[in-house]
Design a protein around this ligand. Structure first.
Ligand code: SF4
Length: 212
């Protein structure tokens, strides 16, 4: 990989993903951090179905910090890991109220101290909530990095984040994240990638391309 090839890949991706934008629904940074904390090991679609109900009942961290774990668990049960996730978002709300006056902090070092918020979640909140250059790496971004030659047989998201950042200009990080994520989600899927119609086939290192 080099910057020239990376730029070519991004330019092609821009012609494939016409209106790249996040697929998680949120109206403010509180809803964003909760939605991302709930999104582990499930889909954005499911999270959106659940948060529609959750945020109708618990609109602010002040509301959610006083919720019962049982009630939150019942609402978010379709997402899996419901007990852990319920505890996390209730405790996260308490910290937002007690330490940050009910606001979500826009600093990575503070975000990663919140329950249920790791490096990727913090990057999503910074990028989508604060428009701060960040590069969240999820399963799609890991797959794309390997197939498109940013890395070889690497699965560590932190290492892959560094590599993407090395070859992509900082002012493109948020856009590039959306492009790779949506391309991975809808075109270059894990099991049945659409290789036959892929504009990136000349850049692709994936040996098991699906041509039929
Ligand atoms: S050729 Fe197939 S595996 Fe390679 S990037 Fe395109 S869709 Fe993905």
């Amino acid at each position: 990989m080099n910057k020239k090839i990376s730029n070519e890949i991004l330019n092609i991706l821009k012609t494939i993903i016409i209106n790249p934008k996040p697929e998680l629904d949120f109206n403010n940074n509180f809803e964003l951090v909760v939605a991302v904390a709930l999104s582990a090991q499930t889909t954005d679609k499911r999270v959106n179905e659940v948060t529609k109900i959750l945020f109708e009942k618990y609109k602010t961290p002040y509301d959610l910090m006083n919720a019962s774990v049982e009630d939150v668990k019942n609402i978010i049960s379709p997402l899996g890991l419901a007990k852990n996730k319920s505890n996390n978002i209730i405790n996260l709300s308490k910290i937002l109220v007690e330490k940050y006056n009910g606001e979500v902090p826009g600093i990575k070092e503070e975000l990663i101290k919140l329950p249920g918020v790791g490096n990727k979640t913090a990057n999503v909140v910074l990028a989508l909530g604060f428009n701060v250059p960040a590069f969240p790496v999820d399963t799609h971004l890991i797959r794309m990095a390997n197939r498109l030659g940013y890395v070889k047989d690497e699965t560590n998201p932190n290492s892959i984040e560094k590599i993407y950042k090395k070859y992509i200009d900082e002012d493109q990080w948020i856009l590039a994240h959306h492009l790779f994520l949506l391309f991975g989600r809808y075109h270059c899927k894990a099991i049945s990638p659409d290789c036959k119609n892929c504009k990136l086939i000349n850049y692709c290192r994936y040996k098991d391309k699906k041509m039929i």
